[in-house]
Design a protein around this ligand. Structure first.
Ligand code: NAG
Ligand code: NAG
Ligand code: NAG
Ligand code: NAG
Ligand code: NAG
Length: 421
């Protein structure tokens, strides 16, 4: 066969594979699956998440044998940024869920792919010290089963959430998950309550990172036959003027109308976090890394990159160290349209992030979508470098999900990606 024939054959095979795949995806869509609407913070004066001590939390999470785990949620827990950036882009995504029967106790949960437990405030704690939130009251539920084991989770900075385990029916969309064990939180920093908009957290991580060996919501949903496929997918909307429409969380499938082309599947490089090997990342013509490790974390706002990569990115974006405010870098909005694309090569496919994907515009204050875990010095070296692997990890946060539709397969341990429509 001539090489042009070979190429034609290869392209045909790819096309057939793609069509077959989207047929599978469409079927999946109509099988047992649930489409949950994500919503966002509607209050545009909310403060941007900051990234202090994020390293600590990741480090702890990477060794989930410890009783006290650190969640991915820098979210509202990290120290508050001093500059109140107007957050019209919204950096946290929530779903509405409920606990207990027969009366559904409605709550708002933060969606997090880098933790694997379900948490909710108790109604007592809420009425005593966290009044603008909703909580769960076991005494009002007929399906409550006591457990009582102590539970503790540590977030960024020194914030610790404490409580105990309980079991009850947990409802997500129209899926009633029976016997779901979760943590009732009865102790949390006052500031967390004030700053956050969620009443609990829905961890969509793998069972390997679940604290106290609690069966994850995903595993229960699958085992109870509420979905057919061990899959969920995320479509994140970043339209600033449409805050209530945050996108969708699809449990049990994907929706080909939400992405273009075929999904590119990549196996997890390490089963724990949703973690893959990225072939290459480049900004313009400059390579940032090859065979880099990346974690998918919906609980992180930006894309977290290693110091040497951040140094190159900032140079390309015309950012100086003096432009750094509380862990994020301010960019001159007028220059945004002339900035280069960032190209992620994943599974031999290029995924492009344009400046409008990676720059957040807070009513005229433009912020780079890239930051680092630890502070970096002028030569692109982490300050206080303790030589651990975390300094080399990429964290794909909401800036990534804003551009790329992502499917998570907890059966085959794969991640699938395609550009959003
Ligand atoms: C929005 O949040 C700010 C800061 O937390 C607060 O001062 C303001 O009252 C909130 N506005 C509304 C409408 O909730
Ligand atoms: C839930 O727990 C109850 C009591 O332990 C048990 O009878 C029931 O079969 C369990 N249901 C499921 C779906 O696991
Ligand atoms: C953003 O949302 C607003 C309000 O729903 C809509 O009018 C506008 O077309 C949307 N913009 C984009 C780029 O989708
Ligand atoms: C940023 O937002 C401001 C006002 O909201 C707008 O006038 C400006 O064009 C935006 N700039 C970019 C680069 O998106
Ligand atoms: C950054 O840190 C490295 C390693 O500690 C050191 O070799 C380098 O000189 C530092 N660069 C600056 C500009 O401080």
């Amino acid at each position: 066969m001539q090489s042009s024939q070979k190429l034609a054959l290869a392209l045909t095979l790819v096309l057939i594979w793609c069509l077959a795949q989207s047929a599978v995806e469409s079927r999946r869509r109509w099988r047992k699956s649930v489409h949950l609407k994500l919503h966002r913070e509607a209050n545009h004066t909310k403060i941007l998440k900051s990234f202090h001590n994020q390293k600590l939390r990741l480090k702890e999470k990477l060794s989930p044998t410890t009783d006290v785990a650190i969640s991915s949620l820098t979210a509202s827990l990290a120290s508050v940024a001093k500059d109140n950036l107007f957050n019209s882009h919204n950096t946290e995504y929530y779903v509405t869920a409920s606990f207990g029967t027969p009366e559904a106790q409605k709550v708002t949960l933060l969606v997090d792919t880098a933790s694997a437990n379900l948490l909710v405030y108790t109604s007592e704690f809420v009425s005593e010290s966290c009044t603008q939130h909703n909580g769960y009251s076991s005494s009002e539920s007929q399906t409550y089963q006591a457990n009582g084991s102590p539970f503790e989770i540590q977030f960024a900075s020194q914030d610790v959430l404490k409580g105990f385990l309980s079991t009850d029916t947990f409802t997500l969309g129209d899926l009633a998950v029976r016997n779901q064990t979760f943590a009732e939180i009865n102790s949390a920093p006052v500031n967390l309550c004030k700053r956050s908009n969620f009443d609990g957290i829905l961890g969509l991580g793998l069972s390997q990172i679940a604290l106290d060996g609690v069966k994850t919501p995903l595993d229960n949903i699958l085992e109870q036959g509420l979905i057919d496929e061990p899959i969920f997918s995320l479509y994140v909307n970043r339209n600033a003027s449409d805050a209530s429409n945050g996108g969708v969380l699809l449990l049990g499938g994907a929706d080909p109308t939400l992405y273009s082309g075929c999904l590119t599947y990549v196996p997890l490089s390490k089963v724990g976090f949703w973690q893959i090997t990225v072939g290459q990342v480049a900004i313009g013509s400059k390579k940032l890394c090859s065979n880099c490790q990346a974690i998918f974390d919906m609980g992180t706002s930006l894309i977290i990159v290693p110091c040497p990569a951040l140094k190159i990115i900032n140079r390309k974006l015309g950012i100086k160290e003096a432009d750094k405010k509380d862990g994020v870098y301010i960019i001159d909005c007028s220059k945004v349209s002339r900035l280069p694309n960032v190209v992620l090569n994943i599974g031999w496919k290029d995924f492009t992030l344009t400046p409008s994907d990676y720059v957040l515009n807070y009513s005229g204050t433009c912020v780079s979508g890239f930051s680092s875990l630890s502070a970096c010095n002028g030569s692109g070296t982490p300050i206080n470098d303790d030589g651990d692997d975390l300094n080399n990890i990429w964290v794909f946060g909401d800036v990534f999900f804003g551009a790329i539709f992502t499917l998570f397969d907890f059966g085959l341990k794969l991640v699938g990606m395609a550009p959003k429509v």
